[in-house]
Design a protein around this ligand. Structure first.
Ligand SMILES: O=P(O)(O)OC[C@H]1O[C@H](OP(=O)(O)OP(=O)(O)O)[C@H](O)[C@@H]1O
Ligand SMILES: O=c1cc[nH]c(=O)[nH]1
Length: 217
């Protein structure tokens, strides 16, 4: 299932316009906060797909039957660009366990790159609903490598990918390579990818915009 959150009229369109805008991007705090907001909305939408159970709650005046989550999802993110989006999901799924994965593009002299995955800290994902956040789904190689690694630690029941901008090529690549049912929640979807793996029109380099330029590795 692929959900483009910009397809229906909502504030997501407003936030995406700021996230993409060269003028507004210079305000790093707004860039990160808008990423959080996309994560918050995705969390709310994903919450409608999860399992619930009744819970009796004592109020000052009586007993209320409330619908509460049956199981908490596991929230995973890819360092470093995913942190703000992850924080948005965490605002809503505030009781969840977390996984952190470091994946970055290691560039070769000829301009090509491989994904280097160096740090993984994760709870068991066996039979869990796993929500992975990463702002950009470009070629899809970072997410596929991350999913493969997490799947080695256990078989999740379902994977939800939360991204700010997804590229159609990357979406197809991820769906082709996963062994687990996947839903992709994208703030918006673009069709073009440059030879260097940047989404067009996209937004630029999400990690650098949120946290500053990094030295090339
Ligand atoms: O779909 P892909 O082609 O794999 O590209 C997407 C990756 O690129 C960005 O990370 P980046 O490598 O810029 O790392 P950063 O978090 O250090 O900025 C982004 O956060 C994704 O992880
Ligand atoms: O367009 C892109 C592609 C990968 N990573 C980014 O930050 N931006």
């Amino acid at each position: 299932m692929i959900i483009n959150l910009s397809e229906t009229n909502s504030l997501v369109g407003e936030w995406l316009s700021e996230i993409r805008s060269m003028e507004v991007q210079t305000d790093r705090m707004r860039f990160r906060r808008n990423m959080e907001r996309v994560g918050e909305i995705a969390a709310y939408e994903i919450s409608k797909t999860l399992e619930y159970e009744d819970k009796e709650v004592q109020t000052p005046l009586g007993i209320a039957t409330c619908r509460v989550l049956k199981h908490q999802p596991v929230l995973a993110t890819i360092l470093r660009a995913g942190l703000a989006l992850h924080q948005g999901l965490l605002h809503y799924f505030d009781k969840a366990d977390h996984a952190f994965i470091s994946a970055y593009r290691k560039h070769n002299r000829d301009g090509s790159f491989e994904i280097s995955l160096e740090y993984v800290s994760s709870p068991s994902v066996e039979d869990q609903v796993l929500i992975i956040s990463d702002p950009m789904l470009a070629t899809g190689s970072s997410l596929v490598k991350t999913i493969e690694h997490l799947e080695d630690l256990g078989k999740p029941k379902h994977i939800h990918l939360v991204v700010a901008i997804a590229c159609t090529v990357g979406i197809e690549y991820v769906l082709r390579h996963s062994n687990t049912p996947i839903s992709i929640w994208a703030g918006d979807i673009d069709d073009e990818l440059t030879a260097k793996g940047y989404i067009v029109p996209g937004l630029g380099d999400a990690g650098d915009l949120a946290f500053g330029n990094k030295l090339q590795q």
